[in-house]
Design a protein around this ligand. Structure first.
Ligand code: OGA
Ligand code: NI
Length: 367
């Protein structure tokens, strides 16, 4: 083809034109574009679960312990007995790796507004969603379907997710979505509040563990991200998972869940426990990094998300991530002659590379 036929001229409209160009090429090759891949763009035309989403029998949802019989602990952060709060949180983190917090100081209105903004985001057209997540050439803000790397998922997961960094410095905010129109304002305010809450929770854990106050205040909590999952209704929830069994690659994770819709489950003593949504509570879980820092005293519990057939579920995870240079290793005060370190020391950057290559098998690499 003569060179002049290839239209590279319209540099001004580069982004939009490039998208249309990529779509046309991919369509002509019989390939799907990202917006066409999003579950939200096609799930409603199916009356049964496509085979690529059917989990192996051993991984299907199956039996769940009723949350009335066993529930993850609920901790009152506004309690007037701080020593009791510390003990409770430490015990929950040792026994379950999970707890919920109430009276946490984040306003209910802000929690509602945030959940609504994200619901609205996931309710936009697939093309619009992809566009709103294409502002950073380095890909700091991403929308994807199934797991973070769909190509790696042998069986697919029933969800779409949006993720971007959210440090209080405001760095990266220029790449966040601008639709819905209040997105940056609301998510900016929310993530600033969540940083405070994260440090409040980590201070309580520090106290309980005997770590220096402020242990997590610097590099270890410098690089947070939000991860917003959208699980559309599924024609047969008994065959699918929204999110595979995993431990979070974080220090801690703070989750805002939909008020009415169940979906999160925690593995405890080989049984799956449903995490009951408590309106305006946050679900907190210990991540693998804190498991390493505490030399295994606190557990990064395994959890997963299941789907349901009637209502879409949205959840907003705030991931407390360190800076890439931060060294992740058992804290000096927690190791001694009787408890030698059981984990290697590595930078968070190295940990992340391993995590994305190895997935759950990373645990063998850490020892
Ligand atoms: C996660 C996670 C749970 C949920 O994002 O790591 O476990 O309910 N989310 O979406
Ligand atoms: Ni998780």
């Amino acid at each position: 083809m003569p060179h002049k036929d290839v239209n590279y001229k319209k540099k001004g409209a580069a982004c939009e034109t490039h998208h249309i160009f990529v779509r046309r090429i991919m369509n002509s090759m019989g390939m799907e574009t990202l917006d066409q891949m999003l579950l939200s763009s096609w799930y409603h035309v199916h009356s049964s679960v496509p085979p690529s989403y059917v989990q192996l029998p051993e991984n299907r949802p199956g039996r769940v312990v009723s949350s009335l019989h066993k529930a993850i602990p609920v901790i009152d952060l506004g309690s007037h007995d701080p020593a009791h709060t510390t003990n409770q949180m430490l015990k929950a983190s040792e026994d379950y790796g999970f707890f919920q917090v109430i009276n946490h100081g984040v306003s209910k209105d802000l929690m509602d507004e945030t959940l609504n903004i994200f619901k609205e985001f996931h309710g936009m057209s697939p093309k619009e969603k992809v566009n709103e997540c294409s502002k950073d050439p380095n890909g700091s803000c991403r929308i994807y379907t199934s797991g973070e790397n769909k190509m790696k998922d042998e069986i697919l997961y029933w969800k779409d997710s949006l993720t971007h960094p959210c440090p209080p410095s405001g760095e990266y905010m220029e790449y966040w979505p601008q639709k819905p129109s209040k997105y940056r304002e609301v998510v900016g305010k929310y993530t600033r509040e969540l940083k405070k809450l994260a440090l409040k929770i980590l201070e309580v854990l520090c106290e309980g563990l005997g770590l220096k106050p402020g242990y997590f205040c610097g590099g270890l909590s410098e690089n947070p991200a939000v991860l917003v999952h959208h699980y559309p209704p599924c024609p047969d929830p008994s065959l699918t998972l929204g999110l595979a069994k995993h431990r979070d690659p974080t220090i801690i994770t703070i989750l805002l869940q939909d008020k009415e819709v169940q979906g999160l489950q925690v593995l405890k003593d080989e049984e799956w426990i449903g995490v009951e949504p408590i309106p305006h509570a946050f679900v907190v879980n210990i991540g693998l990094l804190l498991q390493i820092i505490t030399n295994g005293r606190l557990v990064g519990a395994e959890h997963r998300a299941v789907t349901n057939s009637s209502t879409a579920r949205t959840s907003v995870a705030y991931f407390v991530y360190p800076s890439f240079e931060s060294i992740i290793e058992p804290a000096q005060v927690l190791i001694n002659g009787n408890t030698p370190p059981t984990y290697k020391s590595m930078s968070f950057g190295e940990f992340r590379r391993n995590f994305f290559q190895k997935g759950p098998k990373i645990e063998e690499e850490l020892q």
